[in-house]
Design a protein around this ligand. Structure first.
Ligand SMILES: Cc1cc2nc3c(=O)[nH]c(=O)nc-3n(C[C@H](O)[C@H](O)[C@H](O)COP(=O)(O)O)c2cc1C
Ligand code: SF4
Length: 445
């Protein structure tokens, strides 16, 4: 039986036919929040305060409070520079595909969120940076912007007021690093997506050197609901420190992979068993990533952990994007680590030596262990390299994203890694359970 979230709001419109059109969106109460703000003359600072009071935390990975981030933008009275927001729709974290659903099924919801953010922070323009592979979401969003413009909701003098805001789309070209906020801005400016050292932070020196806020799609999508129904309503869902619902994408070895709307604080076990139908093929759970591949694997015993920022941190991982990846008992953690290490090695931009060299070494060591050529000392080397990469030792957190899963697999699956080296092959395969490992030739091909 599926236990529904006590109240859902993120996906309710998306379930209606034609939900991507302005007609259906308006019929279901869309654009009421921006109309309320503009027609009732609600002040810009009151909009920011409401978002701040709601306790909404960013859904892009770091969980930073959204309203607080908005207050970092300089006071326009003292700093009259042009101001922007970049909406991060690059969504490349392995296991994560929630923003795709929002943009594809409910693009006007994101546009309304952008308008409210633009009003609150006095932005001249919003840039939506969409993952290049997201063709249908991109087209739906562009069509929705066109519809909104025709309805005087985007552009000059919105709804006959003195509030004006442009919304522009930008297509990514398949680089994970362009999801990192400063890499994203570089890419938007037409340059190579190399992250910038911080400080200066985007609020002081962002797009084209102007004050800029970067927010994730789902973060911004929450805003119209908060303005319509109030911060207290929002705080009625989730936990004290992590309020609201979130979109949990659950994938891997489950019966019903998908995107589910659940309140923060729900147990991972409930999501796995009641929403995703449990581990597939009647097998047992081996391990799970709570929020995308960068968050580090947790063992089956920890599946009762609550899915909120503090609880997941309490068991040594991170909430991340809330995208759970499930591994059943036949999965080889060496192989999983090698696949991920390859991804991070491929996606490193190469600016920092710890990341450029470290990601390459992690991949090579996992590959040789998987190929049955692991050496005594490899596990110590993995740990030493990871600790040289993170935390916070490089320009951006991609190095952390590669090191954290490595340290986690060493912590929770040390015996399995050791057995690979000792036996010269996957211990699951030798017991006839697994067989998912590739041969040495395949790995090195
Ligand atoms: C390597 C890397 C990739 C990232 N990719 C994304 C992404 O695809 N989407 C996203 O929203 N945030 C991504 N982030 C996080 C962003 O840098 C930033 O924290 C986020 O967009 C802020 O939005 P939020 O405060 O609304 O969560 C990534 C971070 C790193 C280090
Ligand atoms: S940590 Fe890695 S991806 Fe990030 S800037 Fe340094 S080299 Fe590039």
């Amino acid at each position: 039986m599926i236990t529904p979230a006590s109240e859902t709001y993120l996906l309710t419109r998306a379930e209606q036919p034609g939900s991507h059109t302005i007609e259906v969106f308006k019929r279901l109460g869309g654009y009421a929040a921006i109309e309320k703000v503009l027609k009732q003359g609600i002040s810009r600072s009151d909009v920011t305060t409401e978002v701040k009071n709601s306790g909404l935390r960013g859904r892009g990975g770091a969980g930073f409070p959204t309203g607080l981030k908005w207050t970092f933008m300089p006071d326009p009275e003292k700093d009259p520079r042009t101001r922007y927001m970049a909406v991060n729709a690059d969504e490349s974290e392995p296991g994560t595909c929630k923003d795709r659903v929002l943009m594809r099924e409910d693009p006007h919801g994101l546009i309304e969120g952008c308008l409210l953010a633009a009003y609150a922070m006095q932005l001249s323009a919003v840039y939506i940076y969409v993952r290049g592979e997201y063709r249908v979401p991109y087209d739906r969003l562009q069509a929705a912007i066109d519809e909104a413009r025709a309805a005087n909701l985007v552009g000059e003098n919105i709804l006959g007021t003195d509030f004006s805001c442009e919304i522009h789309m930008h297509k990514g070209a398949g680089a994970y690093i362009c999801g990192e906020e400063t890499g994203l801005m570089e890419s938007l400016e037409g340059k190579r997506g190399h992250p910038r050292p911080k400080p200066p932070f985007p609020a002081g020196f962002g797009l084209w050197g102007q004050p800029t806020t970067v927010n994730n799609v789902e973060s911004i999508f929450n805003v119209p609901f908060i303005i319509n129904k109030g911060a207290q309503w929002f705080r009625g869902m989730g936990t004290e420190a992590s309020p609201g619902n979130f979109l949990c994408g659950i994938s891997g070895h489950v019966n019903r992979p998908g995107i589910y709307e659940v309140p923060l604080g729900i147990s991972a076990e409930t999501i796995l068993n009641e929403y995703a139908g449990g581990v597939w093929k009647g097998r047992k759970l081996k391990g799970w990533f709570p929020g995308g591949s960068s968050t580090g694997i947790l063992p089956a015993e920890m599946i009762s952990t609550a899915m909120d920022h503090d609880s997941i941190k309490g068991v040594g991982s991170m909430f991340g994007t809330g995208a759970m990846i499930i591994l059943d008992e036949t999965a080889c953690t060496v192989r999983a680590s090698r696949v991920l290490a390859h991804f991070y090695d491929h996606e490193s931009c190469g600016q920092c030596s710890q990341c450029r060299e470290g990601t390459q070494w992690l991949y090579q060591i996992f590959a040789r262990i998987e190929a049955g050529k692991g050496e005594v000392g490899d596990l110590e080397a993995l740990e030493r390299i990871s600790k040289q990469m993170a935390p916070g030792k490089t320009i951006c957190a991609l190095a952390d994203a590669a090191a954290i899963p490595t340290l986690a697999v060493l912590r929770h699956f040390h015996d399995e890694l050791e057995a690979h080296i000792r036996e010269g092959c996957c211990p699951l395969r030798s017991k006839g359970e697994g067989g998912q490992s590739q041969s040495a030739q395949e790995v090195h091909a």
